[in-house]
Ligand binder design. Structure first.
Ligand SMILES: [Zn+2]
Ligand SMILES: [Zn+2]
Length: 140
């Protein structure tokens, strides 16, 4: 299924969100919920974003290396998913919750909107980047 999070396949989601850079470039498709079962669900429900190699795997801002960025993408995915399908279905499929009560009220049609809404109350710096590694052996 096509992504419900992002329509432009050649724009890196994180270049745009973190750096305001939306130039076209080669990207990888990242399944926001990954692991054997969750990856299939990400495919089925379109929980995919497009990332440059740096933001996919190869820098401290890479989703597979940075817990905060991984969580940001999962929060955004949950917001867009529940906007379309409802939170009961999210809970049933993924059995995990990434949103607090306030965040559960957010509705957004794509992940850019979702990230904007999720970060609005916080200061302008948005996400604190840490280089806390997730573990190199996670299945992509
Ligand atoms: Zn990027
Ligand atoms: Zn990935």
């Amino acid at each position: 299924m096509r992504s419900i999070l992002q329509s432009e396949k050649r724009v890196c989601f994180l270049c745009r969100v973190l750096h305001g850079d939306d130039h076209e470039q080669p990207t990888h498709c990242h399944h926001v919920m990954y692991g054997i079962a969750d990856r299939k669900l990400s495919e089925q429900y379109g929980l995919k974003v497009y990332l440059c190699p740096k933001h996919h795997e190869f820098s401290e801002e890479a989703v597979h290396r940075n817990k905060d960025i991984n969580l940001m993408l999962r929060k955004a995915a949950q917001v867009v998913f529940i906007t379309k399908n409802g939170n009961e279905k999210w809970k049933r499929l993924f059995n995990r919750n990434f949103l607090d009560d306030e965040e559960l009220a957010i509705r957004a049609d794509n992940a850019f909107e979702a990230v904007g809404a999720l970060t609005k109350p916080k200061e302008a710096g948005a996400f604190e980047i840490t280089d806390d590694p997730i573990g190199a052996d996670m299945p992509f």
